[in-house]
Unconditional design. Structure first.
Length: 99
Protein backbone atom coordinates (compact mmCIF):
# COMPACT_ATOMS: atom_id res chain seq x y z
CA UNK A 1 0.00 0.00 0.00
CA UNK A 2 1.22 3.47 -0.88
CA UNK A 3 -0.06 6.69 0.65
CA UNK A 4 0.20 10.20 -0.64
CA UNK A 5 -0.19 13.19 1.64
CA UNK A 6 -1.79 16.36 0.40
CA UNK A 7 0.64 19.15 1.37
CA UNK A 8 -1.35 21.96 -0.24
CA UNK A 9 -2.83 22.81 3.18
CA UNK A 10 0.66 23.75 4.41
CA UNK A 11 0.86 26.72 2.03
CA UNK A 12 -0.04 30.12 3.49
CA UNK A 13 -3.50 31.40 2.63
CA UNK A 14 -2.67 35.07 3.21
CA UNK A 15 0.27 37.45 2.95
CA UNK A 16 1.77 38.49 6.27
CA UNK A 17 4.68 40.52 7.59
CA UNK A 18 5.35 40.08 11.30
CA UNK A 19 6.70 42.65 13.71
CA UNK A 20 10.45 42.23 14.05
CA UNK A 21 11.67 40.46 17.17
CA UNK A 22 13.11 41.68 19.42
CA UNK A 23 11.98 45.26 19.15
CA UNK A 24 13.70 47.48 20.26
CA UNK A 25 16.91 45.68 19.36
CA UNK A 26 20.70 45.99 19.51
CA UNK A 27 22.38 44.98 17.24
CA UNK A 28 20.29 42.27 15.48
CA UNK A 29 16.66 41.31 14.93
CA UNK A 30 14.61 38.98 12.74
CA UNK A 31 11.59 39.30 10.45
CA UNK A 32 9.09 36.62 9.46
CA UNK A 33 6.91 36.89 6.39
CA UNK A 34 4.52 34.69 4.41
CA UNK A 35 3.67 34.82 0.74
CA UNK A 36 0.83 32.91 -0.91
CA UNK A 37 2.17 32.51 -4.43
CA UNK A 38 5.38 32.34 -6.41
CA UNK A 39 6.55 35.81 -7.32
CA UNK A 40 9.06 38.58 -6.91
CA UNK A 41 9.62 39.60 -3.27
CA UNK A 42 11.27 42.76 -2.00
CA UNK A 43 12.05 43.41 1.68
CA UNK A 44 13.90 46.64 2.38
CA UNK A 45 14.84 48.78 5.39
CA UNK A 46 14.40 52.57 5.34
CA UNK A 47 15.28 55.43 7.66
CA UNK A 48 12.69 58.02 8.77
CA UNK A 49 13.50 60.21 5.75
CA UNK A 50 12.67 57.36 3.36
CA UNK A 51 16.26 56.61 2.39
CA UNK A 52 16.88 52.97 1.61
CA UNK A 53 19.26 51.54 4.23
CA UNK A 54 19.39 47.83 3.31
CA UNK A 55 17.90 45.32 0.90
CA UNK A 56 17.19 42.06 2.71
CA UNK A 57 15.29 40.23 -0.05
CA UNK A 58 15.17 41.08 -3.74
CA UNK A 59 14.38 37.80 -5.52
CA UNK A 60 11.72 35.43 -6.82
CA UNK A 61 10.38 33.16 -4.05
CA UNK A 62 7.89 30.28 -3.97
CA UNK A 63 4.86 30.44 -1.67
CA UNK A 64 5.82 29.79 1.94
CA UNK A 65 6.99 31.23 5.22
CA UNK A 66 10.41 32.81 5.59
CA UNK A 67 12.60 34.27 8.33
CA UNK A 68 15.28 36.89 7.70
CA UNK A 69 17.94 38.12 10.15
CA UNK A 70 19.16 41.72 10.12
CA UNK A 71 22.20 43.17 11.88
CA UNK A 72 22.39 46.93 12.28
CA UNK A 73 25.99 47.36 13.43
CA UNK A 74 26.53 50.55 11.42
CA UNK A 75 23.20 52.27 12.20
CA UNK A 76 22.52 54.82 14.92
CA UNK A 77 19.75 54.61 17.50
CA UNK A 78 16.34 55.56 16.17
CA UNK A 79 13.24 54.48 14.34
CA UNK A 80 13.50 52.65 11.03
CA UNK A 81 10.93 51.09 8.71
CA UNK A 82 10.88 47.83 6.79
CA UNK A 83 8.65 47.15 3.82
CA UNK A 84 7.60 43.90 2.14
CA UNK A 85 6.32 43.99 -1.43
CA UNK A 86 5.12 40.85 -3.23
CA UNK A 87 2.79 41.12 -6.20
CA UNK A 88 -0.02 43.50 -5.23
CA UNK A 89 0.70 43.04 -1.49
CA UNK A 90 2.63 45.74 0.35
CA UNK A 91 3.08 46.22 4.09
CA UNK A 92 5.33 48.49 6.14
CA UNK A 93 6.23 48.18 9.82
CA UNK A 94 8.54 50.15 12.09
CA UNK A 95 11.38 49.04 14.36
CA UNK A 96 13.59 50.72 16.91
CA UNK A 97 17.34 50.43 17.31
CA UNK A 98 18.35 51.19 20.87
CA UNK A 99 22.07 51.53 21.59
Amino acid sequence: TTSVEDNTNNLPDEFYLSQNYPNPFNPSTSFKYRITEFGFVSLKVYDVLGNEIATLVNDYKPAGEYQIYFTADNLTSGTYFYRLISGSFSQTRNMIILR
